[in-house]
Design a protein around this ligand. Structure first.
Ligand code: 5GP
Length: 115
């Protein structure tokens, strides 16, 4: 059996991190190394999907739920405008292979964050 992902360990309270939102299927935390004034991670509780392509193929409703929570949190924590980033593959910067969405908001003027 493979080791739990860092996000599962956070969800289970093994690693401290405030869970800022939670539904039956999805939860959200603040990124430990923020790249914008608001930098949240929206994560399915189910760790079986390694990236967004697997998730879209396996459970599109769960992907839709993640996007909905991202929008809600961007409005609550920022001005409602946001970037939604799914790094997919190590070559694209993915380091945690438990699918998650980066929600970036505030201070996203042109030229920053790869925009
Ligand atoms: P990836 O690079 O896989 O797209 O994103 C993983 C993200 O998880 C990174 O932005 C990284 O800063 C964040 N991260 C890694 N470990 C922790 C942690 O222990 N707590 C929190 N809150 N974020 C983490």
């Amino acid at each position: 059996m493979s080791e739990s992902s860092i996000f599962t360990r956070i969800l289970e309270g093994e690693i401290p991190s405030e869970i800022i939102a939670e539904t039956e299927n999805v939860f959200a935390i603040r990124d430990i190394a923020p790249q914008a004034p608001v930098h949240l991670l929206v994560i399915p509780k189910d760790a079986q999907y390694r990236n967004v392509v697997e998730l879209a193929g396996g459970d599109p409703a769960l992907l839709t739920e993640m996007i909905g929570l991202a929008g809600t949190l961007a409005a609550e924590h920022g001005d409602g405008d946001f970037r939604l980033i799914f790094n997919t593959g190590a070559g694209a910067g993915q380091t945690v292979f438990h699918v998650h969405a980066h929600v970036l908001s505030g201070g996203l003027e042109e030229g920053r964050l790869g925009g």
